[in-house]
Design a protein around this ligand. Structure first.
Ligand SMILES: Cc1cc2nc3c(=O)[nH]c(=O)nc-3n(C[C@H](O)[C@H](O)[C@H](O)COP(=O)(O)OP(=O)(O)OC[C@H]3O[C@@H](n4cnc5c(N)ncnc54)[C@H](O)[C@@H]3O)c2cc1C
Ligand code: SF4
Length: 510
């Protein structure tokens, strides 16, 4: 007998290892309490994962597969993967285990040890979950000093013929339409684009049951399991994609960097949880968006902007992870070592932009990209927070968080802890950015324009203090050398005021 082991983030509708009606093949799926307790994962993330797994198992049974399933409530409760697999091997006379390449470095590298422990072969096979295999990315990256997402993205556009003209040119003449996609909050308040309400998923008894299990077994994890707000099935994910294409895609591009209080999603897609579980494939999302453009339903800047996220950023980040692991997890180029602020899991800070983002993460296990990058990421970067602690926080808090996507985004993109492997400069920003792109400052107790005194926005002195602290390391970077020079031109008195205020503020947060 052969067992095909399906990992929780590999819920592919067309799994390449499954044979319909095969009498000598079993399918195994495991909800593991020890794995779910590895970090304090948000309750909604666990609920989505296990509910999606249970639905997937039901769908496979309906399709005629013989499914072995270990759920959270099954005994032995504290058993890990190896113990459960060993029990199945004995009971069902399993001779071989097959699975798709795990998406996580540690899981992939644990397979030889697992095979030894179980005494049978554990064989991994290439997964179709990403468009670019690791080896292809490594070939592309070979010999390059800086890895630029843009050039990888253009290569993929041409290779897969996405948004290309018949004569091999980018549709519309330009590869990159970002200059049309940076509308500010000021423009938002003038134009008042209607933001469609979020669809609430239909009552789902599987989700309700899982939510109870999760709340009982992981009571000290952040968030509320019962508040899961997105569907947990392939059908639900397809409907969610359709709704995004119909209601949000048109305006996705121009407003992708804006932040509006009370609009946690705005025109973003919230497709990452489905993509990362395997419920949707990247190519079906990309092609559906391209069709919307070709049928005149959405403008090129929005469609290109959206496709750039999936074909561009998602594939690139995945490639970087496999290229640089396991050393990547240890990087700390800026020598940051501050422990997380005391309010990281409550959002109880007077900085309105930060508290709103953290509250969003607690309520929905979701923030859109700009809140992750330019609010929270910016704060953790400027404050010199320990990369390992920040990585842990992000990995715990989001519905879509998995190792392959968190490691490069947190360590490379927000913290510059890899010294600029793919980010050409740290994404450091002062209060002016927040004031321009969002409306949090209007209800904040700090004043974004004030640079001194009790009401001065902390981002002001944190920003300059960051350049002061890293003048030597960053001064040679052509994209930010100018900021370092401006820091150096400040008088000694101003410099020491900035350092003192930054230190005082950061000490108060711990
Ligand atoms: C610090 C930090 C942590 C992040 N953590 C995650 C994470 O754990 N999981 C995750 O899927 N994305 C992560 N991202 C990337 C991005 O912020 C999310 O994919 C996005 O916010 C998800 O919301 P959405 O589906 O509404 O995205 P949209 O704005 O609608 O974008 C469409 C899709 O593009 C993809 N995408 C866009 N940017 C990236 C990126 N940088 N890396 C990978 N995929 C991208 C996602 O699949 C996303 O669904 C992180 C970004 C930062 C800066
Ligand atoms: S004033 Fe400063 S802390 Fe307050 S919301 Fe604006 S940028 Fe954030």
């Amino acid at each position: 007998m052969q067992l095909v082991w399906i990992l929780g983030d590999q819920l592919l509708p067309h799994h390449p290892l499954l044979r319909q009606g095969a009498k000598d093949q079993l399918v195994g799926m495991i909800e593991s309490v020890p794995r779910g307790s590895h970090l304090r994962y948000h309750q909604q993330k666990l609920t989505l994962l296990y509910a999606a797994m249970r639905h997937h198992a039901n769908a496979m049974r309906k399709a005629g597969h013989q499914v072995l399933y270990h759920s959270l409530s099954d005994e032995p409760r504290k058993a890990g993967y190896a113990d459960i697999l060993a029990g199945w091997i004995r009971k069902h006379k399993i001779r071989e285990i097959h699975l798709l390449d795990p998406n996580e470095y540690d899981t992939l590298h644990s397979l030889p040890g697992l095979s030894q422990k179980l005494g049978i072969p554990v064989l991994n096979h290439r997964s179709p979950q990403f468009l670019v295999p690791k080896e292809e990315f490594a070939d592309w990256a070979a010999g390059k000093r800086h890895l630029l997402m843009e050039s990888h993205y253009r290569r993929l556009r041409a290779k897969h013929n996405i948004l290309m003209t018949r004569d091999g040119q980018p549709e519309g003449g330009d590869w990159n339409l970002d200059d049309q996609n940076r509308k500010t909050f000021r423009e938002f308040s003038k134009e008042k684009p209607a933001v469609p309400p979020l669809a609430s998923p239909e009552l789902d008894p599987v989700v309700a049951e899982v939510a109870k299990d999760v709340a009982r077994l992981f009571p000290d994890h952040p968030g509320k399991a019962k508040d899961l707000w997105i569907p947990a099935t392939r059908e639900g994910a397809l409907a969610w994609l359709k709704l995004f294409l119909r209601e949000r895609l048109e305006k996705f591009g121009p407003w992708e960097d804006a932040m509006v209080e009370g609009q946690p999603v705005l025109f973003h897609s919230v497709l990452s949880p489905f993509l990362n579980l395997g419920l949707l494939s990247p190519m079906e999302c990309i092609q559906a968006a391209e069709r919307a453009y070709r049928n005149g339903k959405a403008p090129l800047n929005s469609v290109e902007g959206f496709i750039r996220q999936i074909l561009g950023w998602r594939e690139f980040i995945h490639g970087i992870y496999w290229l640089k692991m396991p050393e990547y997890r240890k990087v700390n180029f800026l020598g940051a070592e501050r422990p997380l602020p005391r309010w990281a899991y409550t959002g109880e800070t007077e900085m309105r932009c930060v508290s709103q983002a953290i509250q969003g993460a607690i309520d929905r296990a979701y923030n859109h990209h700009i809140q992750r990058l330019m609010v929270l990421g910016n704060y953790f970067l400027l404050g010199g927070y320990d990369p390992k602690a920040v990585l842990r926080w992000y990995t715990e808090m989001y519905l879509d968080a998995y190792d392959w996507v968190m490691v490069p985004n947190v360590l490379g993109m927000i913290l510059f802890a890899d010294g600029g492997l793919f980010a050409t400069k740290p994404y450091a920003a002062g209060a002016a950015y927040q004031e321009k792109m969002g409306n949090h400052c209007t209800s904040c107790r700090f004043d974004p324009k004030k640079k001194e005194g009790p009401n001065a926005c902390p981002f002001h002195f944190l920003y300059w203090n960051f350049y002061g602290n890293h003048a030597k390391t960053l001064g040679r970077n052509p994209r930010i050398g100018m900021m370092v020079k401006l820091w150096e031109k400040k008088g000694a008195e101003e410099q020491s005021m900035i350092r003192r205020e930054a230190q005082k503020f950061l000490d108060l947060q711990s």
